[in-house]
Design a protein around this ligand. Structure first.
Ligand code: ZN
Length: 219
């Protein structure tokens, strides 16, 4: 893909999201989400190649020395802690990648889940840097009520997988949705789906009323 001549729009593509990450312009929770994605997908060659190109463009533009080069930042995410000397927290399961664990302070076994709907649990981390930040847990096979978004919704899958009209998302994948996307995510049948979500606007339920009701009840 040729380089974008204009400022990338985060609402459009993962590439744009990564470009904003490399440029250092993402809000903190979205940065953690991208870093967690990169920690889980170091083997993703296409992604690495794209980042390298982006980092090269960014290097040409010139960055403050104190930040390090984007390439160094990307390498540090893939290979180890970003902050040298940062203590590595121990985890029984290791489901959460290090950037997320460091951000939240614990791993999946210590999440104080609250049931929002039957078969759907959430941990509301709060409003951070203009974003609403949550962890979610979806029972195996459960449908999430159809909805669209009044902002951008970034979801990083940490365990299990879900599928919506845009594709299937497994561990390490980012689903990106906005007001152009109306979706009804469904967790895989064999295990619950756990993820990290960053949104900058509310959701709006869509679809026929009978479907909404059955999806809210999880039946
Ligand atoms: Zn959504």
């Amino acid at each position: 893909m040729p380089p974008e001549p204009t400022t990338p729009d985060v609402t459009e593509t993962i590439d744009a999201l990564l470009a904003r990450y490399v440029a250092g312009s993402l809000p903190a929770p979205a940065r953690v989400l991208v870093e967690s994605h990169l920690a889980l997908k170091p083997e993703n060659r296409a992604l690495a190649a794209g980042l390298e190109a982006l980092a090269g463009a960014e290097l040409d533009a010139g960055l403050p020395v104190a930040l390090g080069s984007p390439r160094q930042r990307i390498d540090s995410i893939v290979t180890g802690p970003i902050a040298p000397g940062a203590p590595a927290r121990k985890s029984a399961t290791g489901i959460f990648p290090a950037p997320l664990r460091d951000f939240i302070g614990f791993d999946v076994e210590d999440v104080p889940w609250r049931t929002k709907l039957p078969g759907f649990k959430e941990y509301d981390i709060g409003e951070i840097d203009g974003c609403h930040v949550t962890l979610f847990w979806i029972r195996a096979g459960r449908k999430i009520p159809a909805h669209t978004h009044e902002g951008t919704e970034l979801s990083l899958v940490l365990d299990g997988a879900f599928t919506d009209r845009t594709g299937r998302y497994g561990r390490g994948d980012i689903s990106l949705a906005d007001d152009t996307i109306d979706h009804r995510p469904i967790a895989d049948k064999d295990r619950p789906c756990i993820g990290f979500a960053v949104t900058d606007g509310p959701l709006r339920l869509t679809g026929p009323l009978h479907q909404r009701l059955s999806d809210i009840l999880g039946v």
